[in-house]
Design a protein around this ligand. Structure first.
Ligand code: DGY
Length: 334
C-alpha cells in the first residue's frame, strides 16, 4: 500500500501524476476553508503539500502523528511554526530562488505604477474624463538620479537593486546583517533611519519575523521624504498599516504600492481601497505561469526527496536532520 499525503492545493495533472506515482494523494483547495476536515485527514499522512493559506502550527502537528514533511508552495514561511516542526522532527521544504525574478519584476511594476501615477491616470481614462490638451494631472516623477532604498538585500532585494541601476538610480540598502561581501557590492549599506531619510523609493524585501513585525511604523514613516513612495511585496505586517494609512492621508509620503496587507484578502472596508495615491495588488508577486510552475516542481521535489530519505533541494530547517536523520524518513524506494 502506498503511503498517504495530503494537499491543500489544486494540483495540475502533471504534478498530481508525479505524486501519485508514489503516494495516495488526498485533499484539495476546499480544505483551506474547512480546518476541522484538514486536521482529521492529517491523522494517517506522512506529508503535507500546502501554502501560506493555512496555519501550520502546534494544533496541526498534534493531529498529524505520522507527519515527516511539510512542503510549502512559497518562499515565505510566517504561516509555519518552524521551531516546533524542527523539535518534532518534521522537515520543512519551501521555494526560494525560483520566484526571485518574478517578485522583483512585480515590485518594479508597482514602483513604476506608483511613482509615474499610472493607475491614477488609467482611472481617469476609464471614467471617460480624458480631455483634449497637454496632459497635466496627475504628474508623475522621474526615477533617473533618484535614490532607491532596499530594505533586505536577499535574492529578491538584490534583483530589485540591479534593475534600479538600469534606471540610473543610486542604490542604498539596509539589512539586519551587513553582507560579508558588502565592500565589493555596487550598492551602499546604511542604517534603516538614514535609508528612510534619503530614499525617494523605498522597497521592502524582508521575511515576516518577530523582529520585522511593524518594522516600518509611524516613527519610521515620519522620517521619509514627503515626495517619496514605499512599496511592499514581502508581507503586509512588516508595515504598521494603520500608520501607513495616516501617512498617505496626511501627506507624510507621496504614495504606496502594495501587494501584501496585514489582513488578506484586504477587508472590504479598508480605507486603502478609496485612496488615489495607493496602487493595490492582491498578493501576486510570484503569479506568473513560468514561476508558479517552477515553484510547484520544487515543492513536489522537496516532498518526494524527504520521503525517499534524501536531503530536499530547499530545506528550511536543516537542524531537523539531527532530530530525525534522513534514513528515518524513508518510506519510498528509489
Ligand atoms: C511566497 O512565496 O511567499 C509568496 O508571497 C506567495 O505567498
Amino acid at each position: 500500500m502506498k503511503p498517504k499525503i495530503l494537499t491543500t492545493l489544486e494540483l495540475p495533472k502533471n504534478a498530481l501524476d508525479a505524486l501519485e506515482k508514489y503516494f495516495i494523494v488526498e485533499g484539495g483547495p476546499e480544505l483551506v476553508k474547512d480546518r476541522n476536515k484538514l486536521l482529521k485527514l492529517l491523522e494517517d499522512k506522512v506529508g503535507l503539500l500546502t501554502a501560506p493559506h493555512i496555519k501550520v502550527d502546534r494544533e496541526l502537528f498534534d493531529h498529524a502523528p505520522n507527519l515527516m514533511v511539510v512542503s510549502t508552495y512559497s518562499v515565505g514561511f510566517d504561516h509555519i511554526d518552524v521551531n516546533e516542526a524542527t523539535r518534532r522532527g518534521i522537515y520543512i521544504g519551501y521555494t526560494p530562488g525560483v520566484l526571485s525574478d518574478c517578485v522583483a519584476e512585480v515590485t518594479w511594476a508597482l514602483i513604476l505604477s506608483t511613482y509615474k501615477r499610472i493607475s491614477e491616470a488609467e482611472r481617469i481614462v476609464r471614467a471617460r474624463k480624458w480631455v483634449k490638451g497637454i496632459y497635466k494631472e496627475p504628474l508623475g516623477r522621474d526615477l533617473k538620479g533618484k535614490t532607491l532604498g532596499i530594505i533586505g538585500l536577499g535574492r529578491i532585494g538584490r534583483r530589485v537593486a540591479e534593475i534600479g541601476r538600469c534606471f540610473g538610480m543610486r542604490i542604498v540598502y539596509y539589512d539586519i546583517v551587513k553582507p560579508p561581501e558588502a565592500e565589493k557590492l555596487d550598492f551602499e549599506y546604511c542604517d534603516l533611519e538614514t535609508l528612510l531619510k534619503i530614499s525617494d523609493v523605498v522597497s521592502i524585501h524582508v521575511p515576516l519575523l518577530k523582529e520585522t513585525y511593524h518594522l516600518i511604523d509611524e516613527s519610521k514613516l515620519k522620517l521619509m521624504k514627503k515626495d517619496a513612495i514605499i512599496v511592499n511585496t514581502s508581507r503586509g505586517a512588516v508595515i504598521d498599516e494603520k500608520a501607513l494609512i495616516r501617512a498617505l492621508k496626511e501627506g507624510w509620503i507621496m504614495g504606496a504600492g502594495l501587494d501584501v496587507f496585514e489582513q488578506e484578502p484586504l477587508p472590504l472596508d479598508s480605507e486603502l481601497l478609496d485612496m488615489e495615491n495607493v496602487v493595490l495588488s492582491p498578493h501576486r508577486g510570484s503569479a506568473s505561469i513560468e514561476t508558479r510552475e517552477a515553484m510547484l516542481n520544487l515543492a513536489v521535489n522537496n516532498l518526494i526527496s524527504v520521503l525517499k530519505g534524501q536531503k530536499p533541494p530547499a530545506l528550511l530547517n536543516p537542524d531537523v536532520m539531527k532530530v530525525r536523520p534522513l534514513d528515518k524518513t524513508r518510506v519510498l524506494q528509489e
